[in-house]
Design a protein around this ligand. Structure first.
Ligand SMILES: [Zn+2]
Length: 252
């Protein structure tokens, strides 16, 4: 089974080089390293340039959207031109934590949507407890032609359908392996497999059976197996389809 992880934060992990070395033996074809702020986006680009099997995104997370200046957006714009950058993200709205005001989050999301459009890149959306506002902002600002993925989807099927209808992919992470996650299981059941992307969000959100430990892209295997089980499909076929989904969205 060939594996891909479309959302990780290796730059936040101390022993990342050891993890990256283990990719080949664990059949990891490639991963996408996702930026969370300007400083971190420089690191994601650097890491991607050092490793053939790492692509990256650049962007400012809603929780990091405090006191942003034009210089910050300019940095993201310039970094987006690097050939290993495949998306703008993670960007969006997060009302779960209150590090930033809604006004700051709206401005950051809107400015970076514009950067994605101008660079013809898809977006990696981080949405938490803010699905309605994020959906409305996308409608008001206009959907990027290259769409994107709703990373670590955590709402219900009704909401998933709204984003699928806009052309977005649904990112599925470790919580799909947690016990009694009926709402997310229903989302996976109903979402066409051609619109699902597997993500680990490493070092966070470790799937069962390693829940409680630090996450690692190679654990994407458990997420893909769970998706295949829910869909009642062969896991090798599913991993192949998921890999092709990522190649299509991120133009790899
Ligand atoms: Zn993330």
């Amino acid at each position: 089974m060939r594996l891909i992880d479309t959302h990780c934060h290796l730059s936040l992990i101390d022993d990342k080089e050891e993890i990256i070395k283990s990719f080949e033996i664990n059949n990891i074809e490639f991963v996408i390293e996702v930026g969370i702020n300007v400083e971190n986006s420089f690191k994601t680009v650097e890491l991607a340039n050092e490793h053939e099997n790492i692509f990256c995104s650049v962007g400012i997370h809603p929780n990091d959207s405090k006191n942003l200046t034009n210089k910050d957006y300019d940095s993201i714009y310039v970094l987006a031109n690097n050939k290993k950058v495949v998306a703008i993200g993670e960007i969006g709205l997060d009302y779960y934590r209150e590090y930033t005001t809604k006004k700051e989050q709206f401005a950051s999301f809107s400015n970076q949507l514009q950067i994605a459009k101008e660079n013809e890149l898809p977006v990696i959306l981080h949405i938490r407890d803010a699905y309605d506002d994020a959906f409305n902002l996308l409608i008001n600002e206009g959907i990027p032609e290259n769409t994107g993925v709703v990373h670590c989807f955590s709402s219900n099927w009704k909401t998933a359908k709204k984003f699928l209808d806009l052309g977005f992919y649904i990112g599925i992470d470790g919580p799909i392996t947690f016990k009694n996650n009926h709402t997310l299981i229903e989302v996976v059941k109903n979402t066409p497999v051609e619109y699902i992307l597997p993500e680990t969000d490493s070092p966070f959100l470790t799937p069962v059976p390693f829940r409680g430990k630090k996450n690692n892209p190679i654990y994407v295997k458990y997420i893909i197996e769970k998706i295949a089980e829910i869909k009642g499909l062969n896991k090798d076929n599913v991993s192949e389809i998921l890999s092709n989904n990522a190649k299509k969205l991120f133009k790899l």
